[in-house]
Design a protein around this ligand. Structure first.
Ligand SMILES: Cc1ncc(COP(=O)(O)O)c(C=O)c1O
Length: 482
């Protein structure tokens, strides 16, 4: 029962869990929020969590744990080498994915580091449906480059296509011909996507593209960090898969790949990561990199308590009642905003609701970071923390010019089982207000710009006094304390 039907009430998502432990929230007055965002250099990563009402920055490591996950922590086996916890985790992963060899790592990007160290050489190419920031940074750090071969329609923000994360098979064939298979480190499929609105990829598309890779002897890698959402979409949107269980679909996907890695800050609802490797020799060729960068091979930089919790979390990720929660709440939020006319990525995907800043803030030039400005405006107008996913999240070209992102998005993540529907309604309400006052939002410019992954630690300022004016308008509407 992943969606409860109503009799007289309009259809709304229902929480399939109840609250056992709570964290008190605080809503700072708007004037204080203005002070805080200035101190944070107009970068929502630099805000303190205590100054935030609705933290929708990410789902990474902040999904709610279940009672079963928490209680599993008590049986964690503390050992530097040979922890029984590791073997329980490895066996669970083998049960779910059918892959025997497991390299633990402290989070998703640590897996990406190991894969880049092992496979990427100067001048190499990595084929992807779409990049993720850290995946790309590790590849370019090693002198490789990324080819994003998503279908063109995947980047059209308003549409009703069910699988906007699908890769373009013609582009893939042409790219392999141009680069030659020997120069391709691996093909990385992100299921579902992060930077283009949490949009899923279909099983059919994964099957077709991995067949091409296999024909050409190219290693296939699945980034399964957002797999739980993608599984829900395959089951509910892909006609040929609707009668299969989540476990069956998972195994069918896993069978297509040589390597699967994931961030367990997402998949598994805890904090960690792992690389699963099908081939024994390939596994051994990466083994030494784990103690070098992460920790011994039976903990890989993770706490054993987290490993026990995620082992239960993997099982919960096979349960439709659990994995439907994110997509259903996101869908509700997206539909409500869309009804009002707010430009959002449609259809709703996984991970979060995504506002299209290129339309909402079309008056802000791309070099003044419209998505960065919108995300700060939303913090000012409601204490809501989202994440910029646009040009600020890109790195500059080697000649120092801006690399403009293909989409300017503000992501409002829905950490799983964390927020209620009334909190979701609050967010929808504040986004509507901000949309009606969108002309008041202005641009941003850097005051401190790091070379790589600048969105994490960069500091910016407003290009005018637009934040002050916006706060004044907000207070007029909602009062001094709002
Ligand atoms: C698709 C995808 N891959 C990799 C990562 C990196 O994982 P981590 O944040 O655990 O390093 C993320 C994190 O958001 C992600 O969404």
């Amino acid at each position: 029962m992943s969606e409860i039907k109503f009799y007289k009430h309009e259809q709304i998502p229902v929480e399939m869990h109840k609250v056992k432990i709570v964290q008190q929230l605080k809503l700072l007055p708007a004037d204080e929020r203005l002070k805080k965002i200035k101190e944070a250099g107009f970068n929502t990563f630099q805000l303190h969590n205590g100054d935030i009402f609705m933290d929708m920055l990410t789902d990474s490591g902040v999904n709610a744990m279940s009672d079963n996950m928490q209680s599993a922590m008590f049986r964690a086996d503390d050992a530097y080498a040979g922890s029984e916890t590791f073997y329980r985790m490895r066996d669970k992963l083998e049960e779910i994915f059918g892959i025997k060899y497991c390299l633990p790592a402290h989070q998703g990007r640590a897996c990406e580091n190991i894969l880049a160290e092992r496979f990427v050489k100067e001048g190499n190419c990595v084929i992807m449906n779409y990049h993720f920031t850290t995946a790309k940074a590790h590849i370019t750090r090693r002198g490789g480059h990324v080819e994003e071969l998503i279908k063109d329609e995947g980047l059209i923000s308003k549409s009703d296509l069910p699988f906007k994360g699908d890769i373009d098979l013609d582009k893939v064939r042409k790219c392999i011909e141009k680069e030659t298979p020997e120069n391709i480190s691996f093909m990385r499929i992100e299921s579902g996507t992060n930077l283009i609105g949490g949009q899923p990829i279909s099983y059919e598309n994964m099957k077709e593209v991995t067949e091409i890779a296999k024909e050409k002897g190219i290693v296939t890698v699945l980034d399964a960090s957002l797999l739980q959402d993608n599984l829900y979409f395959i089951k509910t949107r892909e006609e040929s898969m609707k009668d299969k269980s989540i476990r069956e679909i998972t195994r069918m996907i896993a069978d297509l790949f040589d390597i699967i890695y994931f961030s367990a800050r997402k998949f598994g609802f805890a904090r960690g990561g792992a690389i699963l490797v099908r081939d024994e020799d390939m596994f051994h060729s990466m083994e030494d990199l784990v103690p070098m960068f992460e920790g011994f091979l039976t903990y890989g930089g993770m706490s054993v308590k987290e490993m026990e919790a995620m082992t239960v979390g993997f099982d919960e990720s096979m349960d439709m009642d659990v994995i439907s929660q994110g997509p259903l709440f996101i869908d509700y939020c997206v539909k409500e905003l869309d009804k009002y006319g707010v430009p959002v990525i449609t259809p709703g995907g996984g991970l979060g609701a995504h506002l299209d800043a290129s339309v909402i803030c079309s008056h802000i030039p791309q070099q003044e970071y419209p998505a960065g400005a919108l995300v700060c405006a939303l913090y000012l107008c409601g204490g809501i923390r989202g994440m910029e996913r646009g040009t600020l999240s890109e790195e500059r070209n080697p000649d120092g010019s801006e690399r403009f992102a293909s989409m300017e998005l503000v992501r409002l993540a829905f950490p799983r089982r964390v927020f209620t529907l009334s909190q979701t309604e609050y967010v929808i309400d504040r986004v509507k207000w901000l949309y009606d006052h969108r002309d008041m939002i202005g641009g941003l410019r850097f005051t401190h710009e790091p070379k790589t992954l600048r969105f994490f630690t960069g500091m910016l300022e407003a290009t005018s006094d637009w934040p002050e004016k916006l706060v004044e308008a907000y207070k007029k509407e909602f009062g001094e304390e709002a």
